[in-house]
Write a new protein. Structure first.
Length: 336
């Protein structure tokens, strides 16, 4: 799903009308975060380092929640001299990875807002909807972190797994039919070349074998749970109930959901809509095209990878004048 880093944008300062993209959990990289933080720190003598101040500010707030929930503070760990590997973070207490991703996304959003201008719209994909709503002012950073931890706890009770297929949605559905795995579903449509399926682990193993036999790339995501699956209705109700405990403010900018397939409205039941991410598929192209109607000058991925950036480039390539799409943490020379 990732691509080679591209050159950073050559831009006026600031850009106007940007859209920030908040990815799900499948492309989270601790190494990308720590490398970018170190590179920005090393370059601060010759250019402004907006990333590290944003990381410190955000993780101070996230770590208040981490301690409240019985987790070790993540900021000193992630940004210290010996940051964790992805495996070490995954093996930490439940919710550590999710709080790390949420904090990283919010920090990139803040650094981008200071560097290239605040977004005029945001797009949330799956878990990224929590950060998107926080960036839009619907949730505070503290309550966004609490919601991220709540979801992590719920996900720990969601059996099954997720597999990335290198094909279109139509090809993925034909593959599911051919395999005879009724318990597996299309969970996420990234673009016309990339789909994620969810289901019981034995069913995913059969699908991966058939995919290999038909020259379709299949990669099991390193996430120990299923999601976007209709069998998770009970878990979605638990998560919706937890989010109802938090105060929600009106969104300051439009928020587009890959699961809802549209912009959230003032009358939306947002706890229920967030919980839909557990039971309904996410269709990324729909949300991207609707956000593109704002005619932004650029899209920026507020995450640690570039998978969502790659999908956005493919989806928007057919537009009359496609805007540039950048993944700052995956671009070593991004001009913070």
């Amino acid at each position: 799903m990732s691509t080679s880093p591209s050159r950073g944008p050559k831009r006026p300062a600031p850009w106007h009308g940007c859209v920030h993209l908040f990815p799900g959990q499948g492309d989270f990289s601790v190494g990308a975060l720590t490398r970018a933080a170190r590179a920005a720190h090393a370059a601060r003598a010759t250019r402004s380092d907006r990333l590290n101040p944003a990381l410190r500010e955000v993780f101070e707030q996230v770590d208040e929640v981490a301690v409240e929930r019985g987790l070790r503070p993540l900021g000193p760990w992630l940004l210290g001299r010996q940051p964790p590997t992805g495996r070490e973070l995954a093996q930490a207490a439940t919710g550590s990875s999710q709080l790390a991703l949420f904090g990283a996304s919010m920090a990139v959003h803040r650094a981008l807002s200071a560097s290239v201008g605040a977004p005029t719209a945001v797009v949330g994909v799956s878990f990224g909807e929590i950060a998107a709503l926080t960036a839009a002012g619907v949730l505070t950073v503290g309550d966004g972190a609490r919601a991220a931890h709540d979801l992590a706890v719920v996900l720990s009770s969601c059996p099954g797994g997720l597999t990335l297929l290198g094909c279109s949605e139509q090809s993925a559905r034909r593959l599911l039919d051919r395999t005879g795995a009724p318990d597996a579903v299309v969970a996420v449509v990234n673009d016309d070349r990339s789909v994620v399926i969810a289901g019981p682990v034995p069913a995913l193993a059969r699908i991966e074998k058939v995919a290999d036999d038909t020259n379709v790339a299949a990669v099991r995501l390193r996430l120990p749970f299923s999601s976007h699956h209709p069998a998770l209705a009970a878990q979605s109700e638990v998560f919706a109930s937890s989010v109802r405990a938090y105060a929600l403010s009106p969104a300051r900018v439009p928020v587009y959901s890959a699961v809802a397939g549209r912009r959230y409205r003032p009358d939306d039941d947002l706890p229920r809509r967030l919980a839909d991410c557990l039971v309904l598929p996410a269709v990324v192209p729909t949300a991207l095209r609707k956000a593109a109607a704002h005619r932004p000058e650029a899209f920026f991925e507020a995450g640690t990878g570039d998978a969502l950036t790659s999908s956005a480039r493919r989806v928007l390539a057919t537009s009359p004048a496609p805007p540039p799409v950048h993944a700052p943490l995956a671009e070593p020379d991004f001009p913070w």
